[in-house]
Design a binder for this molecule. Sequence first.
Ligand SMILES: Cc1cc2nc3c(=O)[nH]c(=O)nc-3n(C[C@H](O)[C@H](O)[C@H](O)COP(=O)(O)O)c2cc1C
Length: 308
Amino acid sequence: MDLSTTIAGVRFPSCFMNAAGARCVTGDELDALGRSRSAAIVTKSMTLAPRDGNPEPRYYGFPAGSINSMGLPNLGYLAYARIIPELRKFGKPIIASVAGFSEEDFVIIAKVINESRPDLIEVNLSCPNIPGEPQIGYDPDVSARLLKRVRNVVSVPMGVKLPPYFDPAHQERMAQVLEGVGVQFLSLINSVGNGLVVNPDEERVAIKPKGGFGGLGGPLIKPVALANVRAFWKLFGGRLPIIGVGGVVNGTDAFEHFLCGASAVQVGTALVEEGLGVFERLENELAMLLARKGYASPLACRGNLKEL
Ligand SMILES: Cc1cc2nc3c(=O)[nH]c(=O)nc-3n(C[C@H](O)[C@H](O)[C@H](O)COP(=O)(O)O)c2cc1C
């Protein structure tokens, strides 16, 4: 079964890759992704300065999913600018995830990272903005201004990683913003923000930062991820490639993302929990499912979701 796919003109050897943040912070982790069956090497979202992140425990996995408040631990953009060219030897696409704490941060980082020639740049809009204001992706005006500025300094294909939206009006408004700035792919969705996981036996929260509040991932967010993939697929009439992210734990989850309109999927929680072997398992499960259903490739079923 040919599981290869294409995003913004870049060919991927398969349709499963790591999600930003999952086992992709250090040079060693990025090398390990290079050697694994991950279809691409997606970096941790990088900031201007290196960051240790929040105090531990800051990630907690449980059967229905995960909660985290990592606090963007990363090596800083200059380190990734040095590492990216070294990752070329693995012969697979490199996606640089760019973050920041101000508009200016994003522009500085994107400009330098663009010069290190990743295959694609994923702009992470699920970042804190001004204290007391929502994250950037929840502010369409700030998102538009920021993306226009980043677009001006980026020559490789540029995509946007969006937070989940829960109202069609917000999806429509963001689609207008994206249409206006020349975005070439979408990664949907980032963690479902500000969840709270409680341990009833211990009568306490599961993670230390922010009083236990954190971003949710894994199976419990799949319906939210599928809804956003489907909504943006429809809003763009299938013209804009979408990487589905959220709740991909088995081959059927990936198949559902493709039916909704995804061209590839990223794996976060399942990669953290299971390790790099997850990619081969997912490939096998999806290939078997597609063969059973008579599809020649993942793209053959893309967007085919039937409505009642
Ligand atoms: C430990 C951890 C760290 C993450 N760090 C980032 C990050 O740096 N940038 C980003 O865009 N998303 C980050 N995410 C979100 C994931 O990329 C993904 O969007 C989310 O977890 C949903 O996918 P999943 O259901 O497969 O976990 C992180 C998730 C986890 C679990």
